[in-house]
Design a protein around this ligand. Structure first.
Ligand code: PHE
Length: 456
């Protein structure tokens, strides 16, 4: 019986540990680095609104489905899907879900680590006062110099990957829980402090309006796809991270409430990061559509020009790096769990091998900013292609099939039993979202742009 299964990798001590770990996974570079810059590139308010709708109508229902699947299977996503498909006699094709997720996760880690490396580097740069008294343009060129320097990028990318390896090798439950418990609230506090600074820049209203004034003329289907992809990315969905964490979740914990909490915290951090960053953008005449460098230019500029900025700034990048680390370990966990199950090797070896491979593929992203910057596929660098392929294609597609599988294939008895929701109204709402809203939303943002391009 499903009830008796436990994972060979361990079980979280309590529901809280799951919340911390899942929030650690969700809150990361996606919130503080990626959300503000893609919002800037896509014109602000309307994009934010679509993103919030995607979180509520697509992300939360699918996150519940992933946790439910993990807790049913109690194994790596690949084996969880294999076993469930066998138990329920479903079409074997559904097993591909586990594989697509694990591959997407692996690919994400290869570039996530490079960006996390920038953040590690900025602990040092801000800490030694590199940005003190510099203006926006000067801070921007310091960032460009970092990107142009493959040796530096390589060094910090390697360091981040070593940190991930060391933590994952020891098992997620040991060191991480404590760290997340203290560091996540601290990150939030520092973000609030930055918002405080932003309020005093004189451009707070402009930043606020940029984030929340909805102007649909700035919206396009491509932007909607980016919003949807980011909803998956920021909630760590569609690649098995939440499923594998779900497989370590104690039986008693309620899935609905837990997932809501994680999604709410994640959204809050992203919005607060936006409120910290955009006023600084406008008060310094910087470009909101500056791209991936946005956070690495605006915030160091603020730190370089405020009292105790060196100290607070270094601390801020420590926390961002930490948030990236607690996401990084969850990105590789599905693959590690599978290698341990499949080849019966110990966790340390499995982690070291996979992280080495990810590090190696990550060199492509390192070089895409300098040595290979000229090699482009339809105008996109290696990093752009990876980012687009994983976040905008693979995650939504896997999520789409998860919604279909849990919504249409798994028996109601199994699903309702696992969720154990008290309110039948909420359960129906969830089921409706999973069966109809989520798949249709994904289909729409996939199909309409194709139609517009090739037919319309
Ligand atoms: N959610 C993480 C972030 O926002 C990134 C992530 C993606 C983590 C996919 C796990 C899986 O930074």
């Amino acid at each position: 019986m499903a009830e008796q299964k436990i994972s060979i990798h361990g079980v979280w001590g309590s529901r809280w540990t799951f919340i911390l770990a899942a929030t650690g996974s969700a809150v990361g570079l996606g919130n503080i680095w990626k959300f503000p810059y893609i919002t800037g590139e896509n014109g602000g308010g309307a994009f934010v609104l679509v993103y919030l709708l995607c979180i509520a109508l697509v992300g939360i229902p699918i996150m519940m489905a992933e946790v439910l699947l993990g807790r049913q299977g109690r194994q790596s996503p690949i084996n969880t899907m294999r076993e469930l498909v066998r138990e329920t006699g479903a079409n074997k094709g559904w097993q591909l879900l586990g594989w697509m997720g694990a591959i997407a996760g692996f690919l994400i880690l290869t570039y996530y680590s490079v960006i996390a490396g920038w953040s590690l580097n900025y602990i040092y740069e801000v800490g030694v006062g590199t940005f003190n008294g510099k203006d926006g343009a000067q801070v921007g060129s310091i960032f460009d110099e970092l990107l142009a320097n493959p040796k530096k990028l390589l060094f910090w990318h390697s360091l981040f990957m070593v940190l991930v390896t060391v933590i994952v090798a020891q098992g997620v439950i040991k060191g991480l829980e404590k760290a997340v418990r203290t560091l996540m609230p601290l990150l939030f506090l520092l973000l609030i402090l930055l918002v405080g600074y932003a309020v005093n820049t004189g451009s707070f209203g402009q930043g606020f309006a940029f984030l929340f004034n909805v102007d649909f003329s700035k919206m396009s289907w491509t932007a909607a796809l980016t919003a949807l992809g980011h909803a998956f990315f920021t909630l760590s969905l569609g690649m098995g991270a939440i499923m594998v964490y779900g497989s370590y979740m104690p039986k008693k914990a309620s899935i609905g409430g837990t997932v809501l909490m994680v999604a709410a915290l994640d959204t809050l951090v992203a919005l607060v990061a936006g409120l910290a960053i955009f006023p600084i953008v406008f008060s310094n005449g910087l470009e909101p559509g500056a791209g991936p460098g946005l956070m690495f230019i605006t915030l160091p500029h603020a730190f370089g020009n405020m009292g105790f900025g060196q100290l607070f700034g270094a601390l801020f990048f420590v926390l961002v790096s930490f948030a990236a680390l607690s996401s990084g370990i969850s990105i590789i966990e599905p693959a590690v769990a599978w290698v341990v199950e499949r080849f019966k090797v110990n966790r340390g070896l499995a982690t070291a091998m996979l992280c080495f491979l990810a590090w190696f593929v990550g060199l492509g992203t390192v070089f895409s900013f300098n040595l290979w910057a000229e090699f482009k596929l339809a105008g996109f660098t290696f990093f752009d292609v990876l980012d687009f392929l994983t976040a905008n294609i693979m995650l939504p597609l896997t999520g789409f099939f998860i919604a279909l599988y849990v919504g249409w294939v798994l028996s109601q008895r199994r699903v309702a039993g696992e969720l154990a929701m008290q309110s039948s109204g909420l359960y129906s709402l969830w089921r409706f979202a999973l069966r109809f809203l989520a798949p249709l939303a994904v289909l729409a943002v996939f199909v309409v742009p194709l139609y517009e391009r090739f037919v319309g």
